[in-house]
Write a protein that binds this ligand. Structure first.
Ligand code: MG
Length: 487
């Protein structure tokens, strides 16, 4: 009897332990995990997979219409070196070639994606094992699919062509001869983390080498590193793709990527309207035009009448957009820091008239972000014309010049502004400014944040002018990164 109880206890304890391990340790595919237990990193006794002839090379695979073409054989404008300077690899006859100027990476970051890469190792065979045609495709700069010449070349199996470096050899060796073009088609799911930075699901790769499946939903144990299998550490959702300079003149051509991000499907974009300051600008009435409309566009909208909203760091970082209508007021250093940090880190900001460009006259750092500051409106409310300067930009496309009966703004503006519409001053109210062409609508970047401004909208009635309303709506969407998607 006693023995049965003990057995029962042991069984319960064992089951509990298994359940506990399941929650503490991420679950990997057991077959794969077992293979890592069996073989130490770069184990030379780990068998090389069987050779499969993939058939002859093919012409470049054309990118589908939803792909971002990262390299079409002509230029490296979407790539930089590791310092963010222009990429220095040699470009020749439709391909780029590693030339010992260092690894290169994309300007844009990617998370979940489908990637197509074509590459060729040098025709002239030199070196052996890891020294023959070595390069690599690093998803998020961290997870490498090895590029190597493994045609009649032996090396450690977890570092051979198409291996997930240091972890998993490919199912088969589908290598073509050196100098022949080969392809990788990679589906990548980035690792996920909970709010405390704990891993909730690992990075997963499916890889076709020369159209042959070599990895099927393989879960990585962490970043791929030489002689190490380090654990995951939390990193951003999007990171640049990297191609390795391992000192061998490997060639690449026809690289394109499909962004498989799903977050926008369920997650609404978030906008914060902040209004206040001088009543004469009707900040509340103007916000009442745009806040309900933005909600109709699918945004989650929060309206605030205090600059203290800029102090809520957590809320600020969760935003996609700030719309500010706050004139001739004071901002505390902490509020200003909160606002500028959010925009610098990628939150868009949009505004009109004095609500953005005559908000805080004492704050030059704020003005540096906006790209301009009001200084005068000669003659007060007058008739003037607005001229569209950029007919291709999505904010002003399809619009024609129009008349305003309002204040004509004289501003001190930033030369980096992308000016989309202007107005020209007459000599009627201030003779010395005759002929001055002044920006009325501009867009610019501040750090990673998009800044949109229009001087239109002195009072709510000004938005009865259809062009003024349309430009402001489009500018608000552009600042939130939503205009191109809508078009
Ligand atoms: Mg490599």
């Amino acid at each position: 009897m006693k023995r049965t109880a003990l057995l029962f206890f042991c069984l319960l304890f064992g089951l509990g332990l298994i359940a506990l391990c399941g929650t503490i340790f991420p679950k990997y595919n057991t077959v794969q995990t077992d293979s890592l237990k069996k073989w130490t990193i770069h184990d030379l006794s780990r068998p090389m997979p069987p050779i499969v002839d993939p058939g002859p090379g093919k012409p470049p695979t054309p990118p589908p219409s939803d792909a971002i073409v990262l390299f079409d054989g002509t230029d490296l404008s979407l790539w930089t070196n590791s310092k963010g300077e222009p990429a220095g690899w040699k470009i020749e006859s439709g391909y780029m070639e590693v030339n010992k100027t260092g690894s290169i990476r994309t300007v844009q970051g990617f998370g979940d994606c489908k990637l197509h890469v074509e590459w060729a190792t040098p025709t002239l065979i030199s070196g052996k094992s890891q020294e023959r045609g070595n390069s690599g495709v690093f998803l998020m700069g961290k997870y490498e699919i090895q590029v190597l010449d493994c045609y009649n070349n032996t090396t450690y199996a977890d570092g051979m062509t198409a291996s997930l470096y240091g972890q998993f050899p490919p199912r088969v060796n589908a290598s073509r001869r050196p100098g022949e073009w080969q392809t990788y088609d990679i589906t990548f799911t980035r690792p996920r983390y909970d709010n405390s930075g704990n891993l909730t699901s690992p990075a997963v790769m499916t890889v076709y080498h020369n159209n042959i499946l070599v990895h099927d939903h393989v879960e990585l144990t962490g970043p791929t590193v030489h002689k190490k299998r380090p654990p995951y550490t939390q990193h951003p959702e999007n990171l640049p793709l990297m191609l390795q300079d391992h000192g061998n003149p490997v060639r690449f051509r026809n690289i394109w990527i499909q962004d498989l991000k799903v977050e926008t499907e369920n997650q609404k974009k978030r906008a914060l309207f902040v209004w206040g300051g001088w009543e004469g600008h009707e900040p509340k009435q103007c916000v009442d035009i745009f806040a309900p409309w933005l909600k109709e566009q699918g945004f989650e909208v929060e309206v605030s009448d205090t600059l203290d909203s800029y102090l809520d760091k957590e809320n600020m970082t969760s935003l996609d957009l700030i719309v500010q209508a706050y004139t001739m007021a004071q901002i505390t250093p902490a509020q200003e820091r909160g606002l500028l940090a959010a925009v610098q880190n990628g939150v868009g900001i949009a505004g009109w008239h004095g609500g953005l460009a005559d908000s805080f006259r004492n704050n030059t750092a704020y003005q540096f972000m906006v790209g301009g500051q009001w200084v005068a409106h000669p003659g007060g409310v007058i008739d003037y014309e607005v001229n569209i300067r950029d007919h291709d930009d999505p904010i002003t496309a399809g619009l024609t010049d129009f008349q305003m009966h309002s204040e004509q703004y004289y501003l001190h503006t930033d030369p980096i502004n992308e000016v989309l519409a202007t107005t020209t001053f007459s000599d009627e109210h201030a003779p010395w400014i005759k002929g001055a062409v002044m920006p009325v609508v501009w867009k610019k970047m501040y750090g990673k944040g998009r800044v949109f401004y229009t001087s239109l909208g002195h009072v709510a009635k000004d938005f009865d002018v259809p062009q003024a309303l349309e430009i402001t709506k489009r500018g608000i969407l552009w600042a939130a990164g939503s205009l191109e998607q809508k078009k």
